[in-house]
Design a binder for this molecule. Structure first.
Ligand code: SF4
Length: 302
């Protein structure tokens, strides 16, 4: 069972989406993440968005409209994913969805939630979304009755709904990081998250961690690209998204190569203590070895 689980974990985490494709000079991505909120009503020990230690923050729909207007001439996505934190904590979530729809940046809009508040979401929200993805965390799952109610609401609204059990996490970051450039490069190279684009506060990021780690842990690091209206912005955006260099944040990030552990809720005050070890002690060396092996095999069969 352990080997089968490792194979499945590697297979799913190795399914790295392409960064983007170009159509008529416009970047198209598979997905763009927007943290509707950065705080959460749960405190998962392995939260890679660092929500257990994030101050309360909810995206402002008016500021979001300005950001999306800057983005639209040069960037579109097949799916904008409202994530968090817990997005259902946003007091104006319907306005956020309406802003995304009106922008024309995204073909579809999805909500990613822990499901705790989902059965109480208004009918209008179900109708406004194309898809809802629920992560079920052990001990914090919505009741069977609430899940059934969600299925009914989704069916009536014509919204896709998926429940997914999340029983294990990987270590996501190290507050001490590493000075080993080769290790940083291997973590970056194996990272299945490295092109999960994130929009936040007037800037675009290649991955969520390169937004959250500098904001909450790493002073003086800036891995984002500022949105702009000048004629050169499209070119800067394409170069930014095409870079194969590790980001500054990768030095403290484990990407998808952190050691695995069973999901557990933690005390917010204890959250950072787990990450207070060097990268070398938190990395899953076997995962990195398997990842290198896959790359070597794929390069010889090209
Ligand atoms: S910071 Fe680096 S290792 Fe972490 S998710 Fe982004 S690309 Fe991956």
């Amino acid at each position: 069972v352990g080997a089968l689980r490792r194979w499945w974990d590697d297979r799913t985490s190795a399914a790295r989406p392409l960064s983007f494709e170009l159509r008529d000079g416009i970047v198209w991505s598979d997905a763009l993440e927007l943290n509707a909120t950065e705080h959460c009503n749960l405190a998962c020990r392995g939260c890679s968005h660092l929500s257990p230690v994030a101050p309360a923050h909810a995206v402002d729909p008016e500021a979001l409209a300005r950001d999306l207007a800057l983005l639209r001439p040069v960037y579109r996505t097949r799916q904008l994913r409202l994530v968090g934190g817990e997005p259902l904590l946003h007091p104006r979530l319907l306005d956020v969805v309406a802003t995304v729809r009106a922008s024309g940046v995204a073909e579809t809009v999805a909500l990613v939630t822990n499901g705790v508040l989902l059965a109480r979401a208004p009918d209008e929200l179900w109708a406004a979304l194309d898809r809802v993805d629920v992560s079920l965390y052990p001990g914090k799952e919505p009741s069977a009755a609430d899940r059934e109610r969600c299925r009914t609401l989704a069916r009536e609204a014509g919204t896709q709904l998926q429940f997914r059990e999340v029983t294990r996490f990987r270590e996501s970051h190290s507050t001490l990081g590493t000075g080993d450039d080769a290790l940083v490069a291997r973590i970056f190279d194996s990272c299945a998250l490295r092109d999960y684009h994130t929009l936040a506060d007037g800037r675009l990021y290649r991955c969520p961690q390169s937004y959250f780690l500098p904001k909450l842990l790493l002073d003086g690091i800036d891995d984002g690209l500022t949105l702009a209206a000048d004629a050169g912005f499209g070119e800067r955006l394409r170069a930014f998204l095409a870079s194969e260099e590790p980001r500054a944040s990768c030095r403290n990030c484990l990407g998808t190569a952190g050691r695995r552990f069973a999901h557990v809720q933690t005390r917010r005050s204890a959250f950072s203590a787990h990450a207070g070890r060097p990268t070398e002690e938190l990395v899953d060396a076997a995962y990195l070895r398997r990842s290198s092996g896959r790359r070597a095999r794929s390069s010889t069969t090209r």
